[in-house]
Structures are given as C-alpha cells and as structure tokens.
Design a protein around this ligand. Sequence first.
Ligand code: HEM
Length: 535
Amino acid sequence: NLMANDQSKQGMGGEPHQVSGGDDPRLTTNQGLVVSDDQNTLTVGPRGPQALEDFVMREKITHFDHERIPERVVHARGYGAHGYFEPYESAADLTKAAFLQDPKQRTPVFVRFSTVAGRAGSFDTARDVRGFAVKFYTSEGNYDLVGNNIPVFFIQDAIKFPDLIHSVKPAPDRDFPQAQSAHDTFWDFVSLSPESTHMLMWIMSDRAIPRSFRMMDGFGVHTFRMINAKGEAKFVKFHWRPKLGALSLVWDEAVTINGADPDFHRRDLWNSIQAGDFPEWDFCVQEFTEEEAEGFDFDVLDPTKIVPEEIVPLRRLGRMVLDRTVDNFFAETEQVAFCPSHVVPGIDFSNDPLLQGRLFSYLDTQLSRLGSPNFHQIPINQPKCPMQNFQRDGHMQMDVPTGRVANEPNSLDEGSPREDPERGFTSYPAEESGQKLRVRPESFADHYSQARQFYKSMTDPEKRHIAGGFAFELGKCKELKVRKRMLGRLQLVHEELHDAVAKKLGMEGEAEKLEPAAPVLDPDPSPALSQYAGF
Ligand code: HEM
C-alpha cells in the first residue's frame, strides 16, 4: 500500500516522504523494534537539523560503516561453491580416514578458488597461481586440503613467504602494478632465489591462465602422510583432476577477457552450477613409502619438486562434485577459514619446511581477518559432527556453554567432554633427531633438473607460450642487472628457452654466468606434464 503510505506521510511542505512500502514482513532494528520509516532521518522541522536521538538512522549507518573486514593477505580474490565428495572404493589399505572408507558415504564439501596476488577487486584472468582450497565436513571433523592449481611452489621454506609476497604486491610508494610478475621486485626476488626456477616455468606457462575453474587441476603440493588402521604409514601427494580436462586461455584471450569481463571465472562457475552442469574432479593420490622416497633423485620434502607420474602413477580415490552456489558471498566465501592443520585421523604432515610454516600461519592470520577466536562458530566454518571442549569466552562468543566446570581433569561433571585415546587424533610417531640449526638441506640444492624436465615435456606451442610469458613479464622489469641474472637462470634450464627469451628482449649474449649449486640432471620428458600432448 505504497500509495496510502505516501499520502499519510505528506510532509509539511507538501513534498511526499519516501517510504519503501508494505508491512509484512516488518522491518525492525537489530533489537527487534518495528521501524515505521527507514527512508527519512528524524529532523527538527522538515528542513531542520537532525536529532542526535535518531537511533534508527545511527544503527543503520553504524552497521554499514563496519561492513568490511580485511581482505585475505594473499588469495584475496576468490569464489566458492558447495558440493560433495564420494569415494570410488574403500581406501582402508592406505588410510583410516572415515570419509575414504565407504563408497556409499557422501561427505559435504566447500571449495574456494582464488588468485594469489591481486586484491579482492582484481580481475579473474590474471597470470597467477590459483588457490584450490577444499573443506571436507567429515564425520571426524573438518579436513582442509588447501592446495593450488600448480604442483610446486616458489620457495622451500616458509620463512621466505613474507618476502615472496611483498615482492609481488604493489610497490609501497606507488601502489602499482596490481598484476603479479610485472615489476622489478618480483624478478629481483626470484632471480636471487634459484629455488623459484621450477615454479617460474609453471607460472609462465599456460597453467597460470586457466580457461575456467572447472578446467583446472588441483594439488596438495607438499608430501603428506596417510596412515591406516594398523598404524602403517605411506607418503602421499594429492591431486585433483578435472573431468573436463585441464584447459587454458592463450595470453591474448586472457588480456581481452580481463577488459571485457573481469568476473569471467566466477561467472562461469556460477552459470554452470545454476544450469545444472556440475563441475567434477577425481581425487587422486600418488602413494610411496619412505624407503622408495629415499631412492628418488630429489627430496620429497622439497615443495619445489614433483613426483613424476612415470615413477609413481596416480591412484583415483573418489570424486568431488560442486552442485550448489552460495546463498551469501560474504557469509560463506569471504568468511570461510581454511587451514592446512585441519586434519583427521589417518592423514598427517611431513617435515616439508614450507608446510610446517603454513601450519602456523593460517589460524594466526584468521584471528585478525575474522576478528575473533570464535570464528569456528560461523556457520561455514562449523564442523558437521559433534564438537565440544573447554575453550571459553572471547570476542563474539555465540555459544552459551553451561555447567560449572570448564577444566580438565575434573571429577565434578561426569557429562563433560573427555579425551578418547582410541579414536582421537594421534600424530604419526616419526623418529626425529638432529642438531638445532638454520640450514637448507643439501638434498634441496638441485633447482634446475625438474625445471628442464618440465620444459622438455612441453609441446612446441606450449614452449612458445612459456618463452613469450618470460619475455613479456621480464620485459616489464626495468633493472638490467635483474634481467641478466634471470637470463642466466634460464640458461641453466635450457639453452633454447634462454635463446628465445634473450632474442625477444634484444639481450642476446648478456646472460649473467651462474653456477648451479648441484649438478643439473637431464631427466627424460614427462608426458603427463603437458596440457596439450593428448590433443
Ligand atoms: C591463503 C594455498 C603457502 C599463508 C591460501 C589459500 C590457499 C593457499 C588456497 C586461500 C584459502 C582460501 O580460499 O581462503 C597455499 C599453498 C601454498 C601456500 C598451496 C604452498 C604450497 C603459504 C605459506 C604461507 C601461507 C608458505 C605462510 C607461511 C597464507 C595465508 C593465507 C593463505 C596467510 C590467507 C588465509 C586467510 O586469510 O584465510 N593459501 N599457500 N601460504 N595462505 Fe597459503
């Protein structure tokens, strides 16, 4: 009854007051008080000053003023969807994780895809790593596999992560550029960190400009452990394989799309799920024993290395289907908190120093991003299994724990939560010993063999794209000494690649002479690395 309202709200000067109209359901303040007018501030006379007592206006504006929370320090731009996971068969021989035992048991999941370097408002088809984070709401607690679409990483030790990220973020004085790679600091950092070389091959390849989230691989990157009910452990590498195949854009397409539709990837995911065309991935592992790992010519604790599929083939454990878009982007996609230390019995860590640092970083950053130690109570973060302990109080406590006891041990409350040595999580009892040192293992020193293998595995168009990516991005670096150092690294990867990039940059014969810290092996190509070999 907008008309009636309009007439009844005739102002003294004859101007109609604006009202949104209707009275069911009734609009209220946060205290439940029904609001009579949400469109006009309380004033002294129609043209007079505002009354300070206008709590309706103040509450509305105050809440609006606090709508934003800090964006993620990395992976700020992301897009999420709900779905489910189901195993193809029992993986009991490998792990006791409950969600991998029974093909009839579906586990709900929430997935967030992201770019790493750009801000929340940056564009989708930037050249960048894509985050591929999966939260499994299992019957034994939430398991988070916080991975990327590239199986290796820039650095070997988490203590270098702030430096890496600072080098790709906008320069402190000028606050540009937004896109990764295009600035001096990035090339300076990576050319001084030879461990980045293998990752650079991937990031300059077509993998870094995926066609769609639906057509993207996912990787756990680090070596993890799986442990079965007998207590037997194996090392594993996790892989997500898209049923649609791993497809990419070419650079010109990516640039054009960035201008025409910066939301290209999120729109694509939303549209396909809304249309009932549900994206699907196979969940696979490479499994190997510690003894087998000792025989490899690289260290499986080094996150700049893959385990070639020719050495250890993939075993398909199950499938993940994304079949529901979010109801509210902020409540779900923005407030979801993934953390590599969210594991379940049957899954454990390795000593990979990058992983070990990540186990600390995520909870720590989320305490400031989400602003309260109780963020596990936000619906998207709540486990879907019983959860109780003696943690109490804190900002934004939403639960109302009852009872007089909040301590363990106690004999006063028989019904209070108790430890379960049988079914509770126990860390894998790996034997560890050694001196306390700050040192990089010698087994991490070969930075070029797998980079070379990657290059050799590519088809000719992929090789051209990689050289084009290096030439374009390194061409944005104004510092000649940095370009020369980087050309020196490329020379150690492959002469052909170096020559192509040097020619495009007009810098033939200018590469800095660099010595590899370990002999560069010349592994055979690995066909599994090429996206296009099968086409
Ligand atoms: C966020 C993956 C290395 C710190 C993320 C996200 C992903 C991811 C997928 C986004 C999660 C989301 O969608 O909310 C990875 C992978 C890494 C890696 C695969 C290496 C293999 C690191 C390291 C650190 C780190 C070494 C720090 C020591 C963070 C932080 C966030 C983040 C602080 C933001 C989390 C939040 O605000 O919720 N990472 N990351 N990451 N990562 Fe990493």
